[in-house]
Design a protein around this ligand. Structure first.
Ligand SMILES: [Zn+2]
Ligand SMILES: [Zn+2]
Length: 420
């Protein structure tokens, strides 16, 4: 009996090893095609909500691979598709974003530079899309051995669209991408221009900040500049308000909570010798928790109320909430670290602190647990060090098959661990 059990375990170990080896081989063999695909997308970048060509390319590729339920045109140009494994198990999702940025790379020296003036894949979403397609191709080849289903989510408009209320991840969710079937977890990569190729960084819990837009109007009463007592001076009130608002962070928010309130513009008044009736102030609030955002909202209102009413004026205040903080699952990270290190070697994962950037992957994590890993794409020896969102940004393309190999195995590991 014991011998039979040992044999069964040994057989299953051998089978799982061989599946991992198969994935490594497929990912390695894909490298030249991954480079080709990434360069094609890089040369044809499309701004947020204009990813028509990219969405079509993704749809055609997924259909050609034979994925199931390929659904285009979700939330604009988004696409989803499924790989249904040959064995029963959970559903897990992989997300890639597809949009580019309004950054010109006319002077980019590489032969694969953008053919669209003023538009560049400066955030690595060309690599994210390529890697997700590569994972789809890899796992589809071994689907008979997969215990469960993998859902691919190709998302438009991650970088945001001005003056459009809903787009990107939130609209994808509203249009049902996390239903039928509902994934139990979701993963993604983001390229990391500060992490060397061959390494992957991760952050437990808050990885990116929430960002909200602050709009304030200070209201006074117009009067002749020589007779301020006949009016209510909105400039004087606004000055007091700006200084008082800066004490929220230093005096009234838990000092262990990183946050920043920046008032970036202040405009108003009519003439040098007229008491101003109205002043507009705009700013940005960055926090790592919605509770702290709530506290700021309350305390900004309270401060404005005190400052304006104390001087006879009034105010309008509006806080428009944007991305919520990305909260990466420590449990999913903990499980993925040994998987990554098995592929890339010991000490190839790096714990990384939170950053004050925005990332709408956070919206999926509101619905299902998820983790975004930061795939190293820098290479000092090759001169690839420029930061994302710059005209010089590029990636070491060796990261493509590394991404496909590790991403496929993170998904496989999740399916195996959760199918028992
Ligand atoms: Zn970006
Ligand atoms: Zn990005």
């Amino acid at each position: 009996m014991r011998a039979a059990l040992c044999l069964a375990i040994l057989t299953s170990v051998l089978r799982s090893q061989s599946l991992e080896d198969q994935i490594s081989k497929i990912a390695k063999d894909l490298q030249s095609r991954l480079v080709e695909c990434r360069r094609d997308i890089h040369m044809h970048p499309e701004l947020s909500n204009n990813e028509v060509r990219t969405g079509k390319l993704v749809t055609e590729k997924l259909r050609a691979l034979g994925l199931e339920e390929v659904k285009p045109n979700i939330a604009g140009n988004g696409v989803t598709a499924l790989i249904k494994g040959g064995k029963p198990g959970p559903v897990v999702a992989w997300r890639a974003d597809m949009d580019a940025l309004p950054i010109d790379e006319s002077n980019f020296p590489a032969p694969y530079k953008s053919t669209v003036k003023g538009v560049k894949h400066a955030c690595g979403h060309d690599a994210h899309t390529t890697i997700a397609l590569g994972i789809a191709e890899t796992l589809n080849q071994v689907k008979d051995q997969l215990p469960g289903t993998v859902k691919f989510v190709f998302q438009p408009a991650e970088e945001g669209v001005p003056n459009v209320p809903e787009y990107g991840a939130r609209l994808m969710i509203k249009e049902g991408v996390l239903e039928n079937p509902k994934p139990q977890a979701i993963f993604a990569f983001h390229v990391a221009s500060s992490v060397p190729v061959g390494k992957i960084a991760y952050t437990d819990n808050a990885a990116s900040s929430a960002s909200s837009t602050v709009n304030i109007t200070i209201k006074g009463k117009r009067a002749h500049g020589a007779y301020p007592y006949q009016g209510i001076d909105a400039v004087a009130i606004a000055s007091q308000c700006v200084l008082a608002l800066q004490t929220i962070h230093s005096r009234r928010i838990d000092t262990k909570e990183p946050s920043v309130l920046t008032l970036g513009t202040i405009h108003g008044g009519d003439r040098r010798n007229v008491i101003a009736e109205s002043i507009q102030i705009t700013g940005t609030l960055r926090t790592f928790s919605e509770t702290i955002t709530d506290q700021y909202e309350k305390q900004i209102r309270q401060t404005l109320k005190g400052c304006t009413s104390g001087m006879g004026g009034s105010f309008d205040f509006n806080l428009k909430r944007g991305n919520i903080p990305m909260l990466n699952s420590p449990e999913l990270n903990k499980a993925a670290i040994p998987v990554i290190e098995k592929v890339l070697g010991p000490n190839t994962t790096l714990a990384q602190g939170p950053g004050l950037f925005g990332e709408d992957f956070s919206a999926y994590q509101r619905v299902v647990p998820g983790s975004m890993f930061f795939l190293g794409t820098a290479n000092v020896a090759k001169g690839i060090t420029a930061s994302v969102h710059t005209a010089e940004f590029d990636i070491d393309e060796d990261a493509l098959s590394i991404g496909v190999n590790t991403g496929s195995k993170i998904l496989l590991d999740y399916l195996i661990r959760n199918s028992k």
